[in-house]
Design a protein around this ligand. Sequence first.
Ligand code: PDD
Length: 288
Amino acid sequence: MSAEIVYLNGEFLPAEKASVSVLERGFIFGDGVYEVIPVYGGRLFRLDEHLKRLTDSLSSVQIKNPLSISQWRDVIIELVARNGGGDLSIYLQVTRGVATRDHAFPVNVPSTLFLMANPLKAMSDEVHKKGVAAVTAEDIRWKYCHIKSISLLGHVMLRQQALDQNASEAILIRDGHITEGAASNVFIVKNGELITPPKSDFLLPGITRDLVLEIAATHHIPFKEANFTPQVLSGADEVWLTSSTKEILPVTLLNGFPVGCGKPDILWQRMIALYQEYKQNIRKNLSH
Ligand code: PDD
């Protein structure tokens, strides 16, 4: 088991001692929201941005935020310390609480708050050298993909669909356009320009996505937020996937065909180097 000390409703305790009622609405309905926050060298990565997205998710599903921003910060910092610091990913979820099963929101029921820490692995040399495979799939999910909901059945099925085809990720198509990956955002490079779909209800506003755009702006790398079709994706020079746990993955095989030159290419090399530099500054506490 990777999680050691977890946080549940105000208490820090060993994972095996933490338990919730079977009537918890997260268990019964998938009724809740979550965040995944990277930690590098014991330091929290883009915490404010993650907590802002959490606040947005909570208000979209009408769950009262159980903690203030400074309380969240304190709990997360303590969880990191109790798990020995280093490189971690903090998983946190807020679910609607324990009540007799009824679809309607329960009245005056406290939400359930759960956090755990998992080791965050660096990208393997193999992926760095060769990239990963992806497949495209129809986006079968609901229409509120901007909410970081714990109801992830669509995502789980799509990801498995990719794994069953020996690929790492499913890149999703809705109404003839690319939205995002099953657990990542999507970028393409065409003629030196970086392109990612604009934010909408059909994709999660990724924290890594925003940072990649911010780095592009700082370093004068041309970019735009624009929708593109599966045909444009197939003809891209480079395809990347971004997420808090995978950082920036180069896709070198798409639906069984090579992407561009078939290897992690020049703009990805540049971006991943800039991203690593940004992380180094977090470790040294020079940025957040
Ligand atoms: N998922 N889109 C989806 C559907 C995701 O699940 C994720 C991340 C992203 C990338 O968002 P960010 O850069 O903020 O991590 C985009 C997390 C890591 C997960 O579910 O484990």
